[in-house]
Design a protein around this ligand. Sequence first.
Ligand code: USQ
Length: 392
Amino acid sequence: MRILILGGDGYLGWATAMRFSNRGHEVHAIDNYLRRTAHWEAGTDSLTPILGSLPERAEAWRAVTGFEIGVTEGDLTDWDVLEAVCREFEPEAIVHYGEMPSAPYSMIDREHAAFTQVNNVIGTLNVLWAMRDITPDAHLVKLGTMGEYGTPNIDIEEGFIEINHKGRSDVLPYPKKPGSMYHLSKVHDSHNIEFACRIWGLRATDLNQGVVYGIETEETVLDPLLATRFDYDEVFGTALNRFCVQAVIGHPLTVYGKGGQTRGYLNIVDTLQCVELATLNPAESGEFRVFNQFTEQFSVVELAYHVQQAGRDYGIEVEVDHTHNPRVELEEHYYNAKHTKLLDLGLKPHLLSETLIESMFAAIERHKDRVIPDHIMPATEWRPPARETSPA
Ligand code: USQ
């Protein structure tokens, strides 16, 4: 297939580009280095050293495997970039990771919130118009997030829920109550995509993905130059990846608040499997599918205890610290999210184990000297600063 990867320089985008190329597909990747720029601005960096640009990475891939990955350095909010690539490459599938992916980033201040929503919503809107006008038969595989649903006190269904109201019933999009301006941007995307399928007959799969962990895939281990990025800082690092880095450098694990926050999690190798399954089994014309993409649920404190136990087996002492929670979120709640559609398509999950965590420790240890400890503790607050009260 001709597969266009949007956000092909990222943690998951680069790994996906290599996977599809390795499987013999024709791959073209677009990226505007948004994540690299945000890291430069903040003084942070990927734990794993990565080559300086997408063309250099594609060249390394060609040197190691003999396969080509086409690249475009450009911004999805720039219509001309997307239009030119879609006309030339004529993708059959568009895998869309090309968004600002961090909840804390979107909560820093007004500028970061506005940037996140404009970048994500307008970029996706351009993708939908490019599909409508240039590649109407292409299948959009869009990375959404489990965070679109929030933590309702009822079971989370896969995208849709049957509602009975005053004697009538309908199947409607599942109600959304996300926890950050970033997660909200994905809700807005989902609405736009559903609309484009319903009104224009486009085909799309919204992958509501949980929190991804892991550092290596079949392709990244072929050569150190093929590494994918790995973030551990408070803005771009996610829970388990952060905890593994913290364990290796002897930093107490930063469990925010009580640690009962429960989310769906999956290994990066399962992200690749899910995206491949969704791409090779496309939605019908006019169909808007939603798959909940995760393999297991954990509370944050459960994750921390798994890392602590793996540390014991590995020979490092790991302390678990309940730090101040900078976010506004439920720290104890009901969580039961359905996730059967990808299993029905053939997903074979790689579940979390202490052995897997130990292999992450080993991979992290190789780059331990690159860790910037100043950016581990959370600094981005969800709550507005306390208002000063004037004396009566
Ligand atoms: N948390 C801690 N300690 C930490 C980091 C996080 O207790 O050091 C807690 C958070 O408060 C939250 C949970 O762990 O309750 C998950 O946080 P996270 O930073 O691992 O993930 P999140 O902000 O939800 O976002 C990440 C990705 C995002 C993706 C989302 C999937 O950055 O792109 O959409 O996971 S989901 O969480 O299912 O919405």
